[in-house]
Design a protein around this ligand. Structure first.
Ligand code: HEM
Length: 147
């Protein structure tokens, strides 16, 4: 399985394809939520923890839920994010946080072991890769700070 991080750069926003709907379909909502939950949990002890509301359990749980809602929606599941948060506006929603290429790489790296777990659980590697490609490319869009 190829989970390679490609180079991102401030101001460069390559076209992005949504994950293959087969990914959400195979993983199922419950396991999908656990994936995003696990990612946020690993953020807590990472070098990018300072960007997130790690000292407020309620705010952190909210952030975790919004991220899962969004990723489920973009992966072809129910439109939970739009229903509760409105327009996606992902670039604008990340604007208050200083995100550089280094932070993006840390964020992405934390997904790698979690996606390998899914492969061990029998999820099709090509579906996992399609989700990964979405994360790899779209995360370039939220870079707003020079490294
Ligand atoms: C594919 C890439 C990404 C997606 C789809 C994504 C998605 C989201 C979503 C849906 C939210 C919640 C927005 C809201 O409801 O207001 C969010 C918040 C946030 N994201 Fe991302 N994100 C991505 C990449 C990143 C990266 C690379 C970083 C930093 C390294 C980052 C840092 C944050 C921070 C700090 C918040 C705010 C947390 C809070 O205080 O509520 N995101 N992201």
């Amino acid at each position: 399985m190829n989970l390679k991080i490609t180079d991102g750069e401030l101001g460069v926003r390559p076209p992005v394809a949504k994950p293959h709907p087969g990914f959400f379909h195979e993983v199922g909502e419950e396991r999908f939520r656990k994936l995003v939950h696990d990612h946020y949990d690993s953020i807590k002890t990472s070098d990018i923890a300072f960007l997130f509301p790690v000292f407020d359990d309620e705010d952190f749980a909210e952030a975790q839920k919004h991220a899962a809602d969004f990723l489920i929606e973009i992966s072809g599941g129910p439109d939970y994010f739009t229903q509760t948060r409105g327009d996606h506006q992902m670039v604008g929603r990340h604007a208050p946080f200083r995100i550089d290429e280094k932070a993006r790489r840390v964020w992405l790296k934390l997904y790698q072991p979690l996606l390998m777990e899914l492969e061990d659980e029998g999820i099709s590697p090509e579906y996992i890769e399609s989700f990964w490609n979405y994360l790899d490319i779209f995360s370039k869009w939220v870079i707003n700070t020079k490294s």
